[in-house]
Design a protein around this ligand. Structure first.
Ligand SMILES: Cc1cc2nc3c(=O)[nH]c(=O)nc-3n(C[C@H](O)[C@H](O)[C@H](O)COP(=O)(O)OP(=O)(O)OC[C@H]3O[C@@H](n4cnc5c(N)ncnc54)[C@H](O)[C@@H]3O)c2cc1C
Length: 467
């Protein structure tokens, strides 16, 4: 094969990347180690295997993940097309028959005249040439390839587990209870503090002790780092462990009492605009329903709307803010694109989305065209913002959520409020009252963001024609 793109990994991201490149007229060689070798979670010889759930989550266009899917459909995503063809009833979610789904994708790629599929493990990242490479070997990248990546990035910039603490939408927090303060007033005071008295703390500990956790899979036996223990492991060591660990209150005097409380849950800004907050030190393997139940016991969080819940997984991913360009090229190797979960996103849909962008950019590189970055108002762009503009010290993979998007401009709120509406309509009046309190409903915000995103995407597509 002469001028072509090499893609390593035929999972969701690699398959989407191959499709995007081939439909732009580029020849592709796609490697996957199956069926000769399987990761601990893969078992089917087919490409694009869904290793766990068969759901691609909400298909409602006014949810962040629904919007991401709609953007991908508008960019002719193979994964979205086959998912729709193989969908099974699942309410508002897009769930698929996983066998038919993987079969359909494998067949589309096998039958494409520009795609060659090589069933072979690639044990190292090829040396740089003028062939663009997309690395999409996923969260369970084979050991030899992981080692090759370590050599390129440095061990400290490659993670082997994600230890994810929950993230909460700022607007759902009760600021009548929570107060802003950094420990001993050092730093800019960016932390929100949820104070607990002794009774509240002990009740919280009791709830954690009785909570259900997600069992570890055999291949997930995690040797926890002492500095990154799950809260339930800390609680098992004694009732006061959290109070001397992530819930330490000293230096966090409540301005209303002038004293520090018995214990404190700290929330740290997750994005620049402060629309999302991360629960500091609250990485956990509690089940999702238990997290929602127990974390809503925290003073000031009884109405908490979680953008993400905590988890701990085996997961290989790079420290994207240090290593990646917004085009998904490795800064130190412009011929090498990272896609899928390895790039630092979380989830089937997000992994596919990064495959789609890597496919577009690798094709443009092969053709000598300038590379592209989607606008930040889009779901695709919001993921790129997360990858490239997060604080590298605290970087963890993320699903797409509206919290990653830029703030909705005040002007757009005005226009949306009055656009083509009957001013006497009670629903509209309620809308105006909410807006005055700066409280658009979740659905209204979703609608506004989706409309803005799809307009930005259309403009981007027209500017970069042919994209
Ligand atoms: C156990 C587990 C469960 C998950 N469950 C969910 C879930 O329910 N929902 C969800 O949204 N997300 C889930 N995820 C997260 C993530 O979205 C999926 O792992 C997703 O499949 C990632 O897509 P990907 O293309 O990056 O990697 P993958 O889909 O894993 O694809 C990587 C491919 O690369 C191949 N490969 C690896 N190394 C090499 C090599 N050296 N040479 C050649 N080929 C290689 C593998 O065989 C595989 O086919 C889960 C992850 C894990 C690990």
């Amino acid at each position: 094969m002469s001028k072509h793109i090499e893609i390593i990994g035929g999972g969701l991201a690699g398959c989407e990347a191959a499709w995007q490149a081939a439909r732009r007229g580029c020849a592709v060689r796609l490697y996957d180690m199956k069926p000769h070798r399987f990761s601990p979670a893969h078992s089917s010889p087919l490409l694009a295997e869904m290793v766990c759930s068969n759901s691609l989550r909400s298909d409602a266009q006014h949810s962040a993940v629904g919007l991401l899917k709609e953007e991908m459909r508008r960019l002719d995503s193979l994964i979205m097309m086959v998912a729709t063809e193989t969908a099974v009833p699942a309410g508002k979610a897009l769930a698929v028959n996983r066998e038919h789904f993987s079969q359909g994708i494998t067949e589309h790629l096998e039958q494409h005249p520009l795609i060659e599929i090589v069933r072979q493990e690639q044990t190292a990242i090829p040396a740089p040439t003028d062939t663009p490479i997309i690395l999409a070997t996923g969260p369970l990248t084979s050991d030899s390839m992981t080692e090759s990546l370590v050599q390129l990035t440095g061990r400290e910039r490659l993670a082997f587990y994600d230890a994810i603490a929950p993230i909460v939408h700022a607007e759902s927090l009760d600021m009548g209870i929570i107060y802003l303060k950094s420990r001993y007033d050092e730093g800019p005071g960016d932390y929100l503090n949820c104070p607990m008295n002794k009774e509240e703390y002990l009740a919280f500990i009791q709830a954690l002790k009785g909570a259900d956790t997600v069992p570890l899979k055999a291949f997930e036996e995690v040797k926890y780092f002492e500095g990154c223990l799950p809260i339930e492991v800390m609680v098992a060591r004694g009732d006061n462990t959290l109070r001397f660990g992530p819930m330490k209150p000293v230096g966090l005097d409540d301005p209303r009492t002038g004293r520090y409380p018995y214990a404190v849950v700290q929330l740290r800004k997750e994005n620049r605009q402060g629309s999302l907050y991360n629960m500091v030190g609250f990485q956990t393997k509690l089940t999702y329903p238990e997290q929602q139940r127990i974390f809503r016991l925290i003073p000031g969080m009884d109405q908490a709307d979680f953008a993400r819940l905590g988890s701990i997984h085996r997961n290989t991913f790079v420290c994207a803010p240090e290593l990646l360009e917004p085009t998904l090229q490795l800064k130190s190797r412009p011929d090498l694109f990272l896609a899928g979960q390895l790039s630092g996103v979380e989830g089937y849909v997000e992994s596919t989305a990064m495959g789609l962008l890597a496919g577009i950019n690798a094709s443009r590189m092969l053709r000598g065209r300038p590379l592209v970055v989607p606008p930040p108002e889009t779901a695709l762009g919001a993921l790129i913002t997360h990858l490239t503009q997060s604080d590298p010290k605290h970087f963890q993979p993320s699903n797409v959520t509206f919290g990653l998007f830029p703030d909705i401009p005040e002007r757009a709120l005005e226009e949306n409020a009055s656009h083509g509406t009957d001013q006497t309509d009670p629903q509209h009046q309620q809308y105006q009252r909410n807006r005055k309190k700066n409280k658009l409903s979740k659905a209204q915000r979703g609608e506004l963001r989706s409309n803005t995103a799809l307009e930005a995407l259309a403009l981007w597509q027209s500017i970069h024609k042919p994209l």
